[in-house]
Design a protein around this ligand. Structure first.
Ligand SMILES: C[S@@+](CC[C@H](N)C(=O)[O-])C[C@H]1O[C@@H](n2cnc3c(N)ncnc32)[C@H](O)[C@@H]1O
Length: 209
């Protein structure tokens, strides 16, 4: 199942389930990152249905996503169907890049971060938030057991069992953010953990002036 395919299939039910699974905290976690980003032109990478649009304020937002079914529900004035690995924009044209709950779905984090660095203006910032396993071996094992049961059940409730079983597996796809983002062309300014057991991570990166 391709990543775009997963989200095309569940676009109409995505927001509701995301809210339930995060116990209503998903927007709060996006906000902690967006509040640290500069004003100006912002790329929402993997924007989906536009859940973050209401927290972008007066920024000039470009929403990008490979799934047209997700983007068709997004009310951002500028919407682009594309992947993070090949951004169809001129170099140095964004003040900020934001990405929420997308990195587990990328084919290549390295390629995407290279593209993010290219499209940012000097001094521009990237803010990322995503889910992973909590730190610590015991909590991580406990969490793995929990998501093995909870995610397929939640998926079944909206008729998307396979898609949410897929989400369970993506949680193990990447190393912690400090390792995942260590070799990007951007400077890693800060990473922090959020949510129960710290299973949500956030990162802030800056392009050198
Ligand atoms: C879990 S949703 C998150 C959507 C939105 N950012 C939010 O906060 O609700 C993940 C999104 O990433 C998109 N996606 C998958 N692969 C991608 C890629 N290679 N580049 C950019 N976006 C991708 C999916 O189509 C989907 O809309």
């Amino acid at each position: 199942m391709s990543n775009g395919g997963v989200f095309s299939d569940i676009a109409d039910r995505y927001d509701r389930l995301n809210w339930i699974l995060s116990l209503g905290q998903d927007q709060k976690w996006r906000t902690t990152v967006v509040s640290r980003l500069p004003e100006g032109r912002l790329l929402d990478l993997g924007a989906g249905t536009g859940a973050a649009n209401e927290i972008f304020g007066d920024r000039d937002v470009v929403a990008l996503d490979p799934a047209p079914e997700m983007l068709s529900l997004n009310n951002a004035p500028s919407r682009v169907v594309a992947v993070g690995e090949t951004l169809p924009f001129e170099s140095g044209t964004f003040d900020a890049v934001f990405s929420a709950y997308v990195f587990r779905n990328l084919d290549s984090v390295t390629q995407t971060m290279g593209e993010v660095a290219r499209v940012l203006k000097p001094g521009g910032m990237a803010g990322i938030v995503d889910l992973a396993r909590p730190q610590g071996r015991v909590t991580s094992k406990f969490h793995r057991l929990g998501t093995a049961v909870v995610l397929p059940l939640a998926g079944m409730a909206i008729g998307a069992r396979a898609e949410y079983a897929y989400l369970h597996h993506t949680l193990d796809k990447h190393p912690p953010p400090e390792e995942l983002l260590a070799d990007t062309p951007l400077d890693l300014v800060e990473t922090w953990r959020l949510g129960p057991m710290g299973f949500v991570w956030a990162a802030l990166l800056r392009k050198a002036e």
